[in-house]
Design a protein around this ligand. Structure first.
Ligand code: GLN
Length: 309
């Protein structure tokens, strides 16, 4: 096994100097202002060692990475009945696509495309005011990361509320099929705020530990989810976590991963490591360009893969 600390530093160094960095998302105005020069990487290994390099302490907008935590929360509330309202198949379409919803009667393909995440937010909203539902998710993420300083970036949340017309369309369209149960603006409010959670690579990698430890908070620690649920969340991350580029990510990195348009990716090497990477520039599929390169390098050098012993 290579020296992980050194590998993390070397990768950060290499990515810092990269010229081709992709394009930052501009459709959410505050994200357009983020410097594409950032790069952060954090690896938490199974024995609890934390290796971080670059801008690993700087909070960024986790965006769709939040869908992993929101899904975990929703499964905790309604269990497998969730799958009556959202599927478990890769969509083969971009994250914000609406095309499949008409043919498939308002049931989104999976919980990681926007339509699916809106249904998940609607589940998490049940019985609560939106602010309470968000508070609950934030408390859960703080617990997982063991860090009380994690917050929602209100500027980002408000910007999405003002410009998220596609998400508004998705929510209203599913409402017409009865698959959004609240007033769409309330469900959207929960969704926009969860996407606006700001976390650093270190916080994100720490929050992903339960997925490397078969559902345990840490080895010998309390159970967050059952081993089966952790496996299934990892399976969904592998098959759906990068939208229509999920196959490419599995091919190149070989680990469950969830990306966000803020340029973050959370990846899991079961039994070995939880990894978070951040580089704001995106590739054509809306996934972090250098983040994917970095994970590819890391997986290659360590041999971490769900397809190899
Ligand atoms: N908040 C973003 C949106 O709804 C999340 C998308 C993403 O990170 N891929 O468009």
């Amino acid at each position: 096994m290579p020296d992980i600390a050194r590998l993390v530093r070397d990768i950060a160094e290499e990515m810092r100097g990269a010229e081709e960095r992709g394009k930052v998302a501009t459709y959410i105005p505050p994200l357009a202002l983020v410097d594409p020069g950032h790069f952060g990487l954090c690896v938490v290994t199974a024995d609890g060692e934390v290796h971080a390099a670059g801008d690993s302490e700087e909070p960024f907008s986790i965006q769709s990475v939040s869908k992993v935590f929101a899904l975990t929360q929703a499964l905790g509330k309604v269990g497998d009945t969730l799958w009556r309202r959202v599927g478990r198949e890769p969509s083969g379409t971009p994250f914000n696509s609406i095309v499949q919803l008409e043919r498939e009667q308002g049931v989104p393909r999976n919980p990681f495309i926007n339509a699916g995440a809106l249904v998940v937010a609607d589940v998490n909203l049940a019985g609560h005011q939106p602010r309470v539902a968000i508070g609950e998710l934030l408390r859960f993420v703080r617990y997982l990361a063991d860090d009380e300083t994690i917050t929602v970036d209100e500027v980002v949340a408000r910007a999405e509320q003002a410009t998220g017309f596609r998400n508004v369309a998705l929510a209203n369209y599913m409402k017409a099929f009865g698959n959004i149960t609240h007033a769409p603006e309330l469900t959207l409010g929960v969704y926009f705020h969860q996407c606006a959670i700001a976390m650093s690579c270190r916080q994100l990698a720490m929050a992903g530990r339960f997925l490397m430890h078969g559902g345990l908070y840490e080895p010998g620690g309390p159970r967050v989810v059952s081993a089966q649920r952790a496996r299934r969340i990892n399976a969904l991350m592998l098959t759906c976590g990068h939208y229509d580029a999920s196959g490419d990510f599995a091919f190149r990195v070989g680990l469950p991963g969830k990306s966000g348009v803020g340029g973050g990716i959370l990846a899991v090497a079961p039994g070995k490591a939880a990894i978070a990477v951040w580089s704001p520039g995106l590739n054509d599929a809306g996934n972090s360009m250098l983040g994917t390169f970095a994970l590819e390098r890391l997986a290659e050098a360590t041999g971490w893969s769900v397809f190899a012993p």
